[in-house]
Design a protein around this ligand. Structure first.
Ligand code: NAD
Length: 505
């Protein structure tokens, strides 16, 4: 472990405040201890960012913006290309640190760093494609077009469960867009953020840059400072609905912009003609992967009444094969939850489900023999979608419900406040299309014969309703990091007004 931390320049005590190469600030703030999610042992300490040092970091980011915004976007892309290459070089240790600190299994930790690399590649291409439209003016001798300018220094607040990938979805795109950024990771995963900052610093140093990628570390109060800071024209927030609501209110009060990537409550509809082998594999990965701690985790199954028993039996069989243990071991499929609070929340949800006629058909228990944060992945048959099932419990609990008609299935599917990811397993083309139609899934992501988790970076990622409406990553999500300007140029010697208005002559 010591060797791994050294490779990533993590010391016993680390400053948590940084403005770039040689820009680590000893803020004198309170010390935070980061723990190994699997054993609960301390990994290293972090000196948190104080309000005063936060202010100085945003000053640096705002000042750096004044030069960064004028660097041509394709040149900014070169910096992001080098960031992607540096992440390639650090993929193994950074992925391992994700596993140590957050607890996801090693292949998922590596997958998270691969996602960082992929988004850098995407952003490099994007740096030559920040297109605006040209319009035909209604006035003779006039030209009209739109262009996209960078926004400024932006805030990025991230959750514990994707401790580095979420930063990169924002940072790679924001950097080519010409923004500088201030990142506040989750206080539960500060070391992965510090390691990432060191990597970004190496790249920035090679390009003689300072103040583009900035880091602050702390809890909710620091996030609150960012939300109400008018110097950050946009705050990209990833986390729970409860916290997202606070961020949205604070940023809206100052009429700033947000990208909100909040909780999900993702379901899969399984029809009577579905390929159950495929469905079981997708459900297993979606419900058990990352120990149920993905925003896109499969939490609800809505299965046709004619196959619900068979599907449940097959899932139980598959769950029995899940190896639970040290996430660094190659054979492990499920590691621990992040902390004791997550374990307690899971236990409380199972109790409520049982008190409401839910039947635990698999799991339901804790695994203290493996460690304080280990739980059994759990399957619960629910006769109906009670309020508990409409909430996101951030743990590996899968609720199975049944339906009779497709309309009923879609109604149950959409009958929750969140709207992130969704899927249907069916071989019926008409049912698949209905699910994707305006009458179907109300989510930001809707899949056919693919599970709810494991999205690719090429598409815009995000969800509707209480998931917050934000979009990150691919497609045209870059527009949220820039401001649109409409320009009209009169190259004639006349002064015609729009709408044919005659004024004063
Ligand atoms: P959380 O809401 O507890 O914390 C998220 C971040 O908000 C942390 O950095 C935290 O320090 C910060 N924070 C806390 N109080 C704040 C305040 N008052 N103002 C500003 N920031 C504050 O979430 P979590 O437990 O870290 O993450 C799990 C949640 O994130 C789940 O609900 C999950 O679905 C969601 N999530 C969503 C997506 C998505 O893309 N939609 C991705 C990952 C996680």
């Amino acid at each position: 472990m010591k060797a791994l931390l050294e490779k990533l320049q993590i010391n016993d005590v680390n400053p948590g405040t940084c403005t770039g190469p040689d820009g680590w600030i000893d803020s004198g703030g309170d010390v935070l201890v980061s723990h190994n999610a699997t054993t609960g042992e301390p990994l290293a300490k972090v000196i948190q960012t104080t309000p005063a040092s936060y202010i100085s970091v945003v000053d640096v980011a705002a000042e750096a913006f004044k030069t960064w915004r004028s660097v041509p976007a394709p040149k900014r892309g070169e910096v992001v290309r080098d960031l992607g290459n540096a992440l390639r070089a650090y993929k193994e240790p950074l992925g391992e640190l994700v596993t140590l600190e957050m607890g996801k299994i090693k292949v998922e930790g590596m997958g998270e760093v691969q996602e960082m690399i992929d988004i850098c590649d995407f952003a490099v291409g994007l740096s030559r494609q920040l297109y605006g439209l040209a319009m035909h003016s209604e006035r003779p001798g006039h030209r009209m077009y739109e262009q996209w300018h960078p926004l400024g220094a932006i805030g990025i607040i991230t959750s514990f469960n994707f401790p580095v990938a979420v930063w990169s979805w924002n940072a790679a795109i924001a950097a080519v867009a010409g923004d500088t950024m201030v990142w506040k990771p989750s206080e539960l995963t500060p070391l992965t953020a510090i390691a990432t900052q060191h990597i970004a610093n190496e790249v920035a140093a090679d390009h003689g840059l300072h103040g583009i990628f900035n880091l602050v570390i702390g809890g909710g109060e620091l996030g609150q400072l960012m939300s109400s800071d008018h110097r950050l024209p946009m705050v990209s927030f990833t986390g729970s609905i409860r916290t997202g609501r606070k961020v949205a209110e604070s940023v809206a009060r100052r009429l700033g912009r947000t990208i909100l990537e909040l909780g999900g409550n993702n379901a899969i509809i399984v029809t009577e003609d579905a390929n159950l082998d495929m469905a079981v594999r997708a459900i297993l990965f979606g419900a058990v992967g990352t120990a149920g701690q993905r925003c896109t985790t499969t939490r609800r199954i809505i299965a046709h009444q004619s196959i619900v028993d068979e599907l449940t039996a097959r899932l139980v069989k598959a769950y029995k094969q899940v190896a639970i243990g040290d996430p660094l071991d190659a054979g492990t499929l499920m590691g621990p939850l992040i902390n004791k609070r997550a374990v307690d929340n899971m236990a409380a949800a199972i109790e409520t489900a049982q008190a409401n006629d839910g039947t635990v058909v698999y799991g339901g228990g804790l695994l203290p023999g493996l460690g304080a944060h280990f739980v059994e992945p759990t399957i619960i048959r629910m006769p109906q979608q009670i309020p508990l099932v409409c909430e996101e419990t951030f743990a590996p609990i899968l609720y199975i419900m049944s339906y009779e008609t497709v309309e009923e299935a879609i109604e149950i599917h959409n009958g929750v406040p969140q709207g992130l990811s969704s899927a249907i397993f069916t071989t019926n083309l008409l049912t698949a299309e209905e699910f994707l139609s305006v009458k179907g899934s109300d989510c930001g992501i809707a899949n056919v014969n693919i599970g709810t988790s494991g999205a690719e970076i090429g598409g815009a990622f995000g969800g509707e309703k209480e998931t917050g409406g934000g979009r990150e990553s691919g497609s045209d999500a870059w527009k949220a990091y820039m401001r649109r300007q409409t320009n009209t140029i009169n190259w004639s010697t006349q002064m015609p007004l729009a709408q044919g208005i005659q004024f004063g002559d």
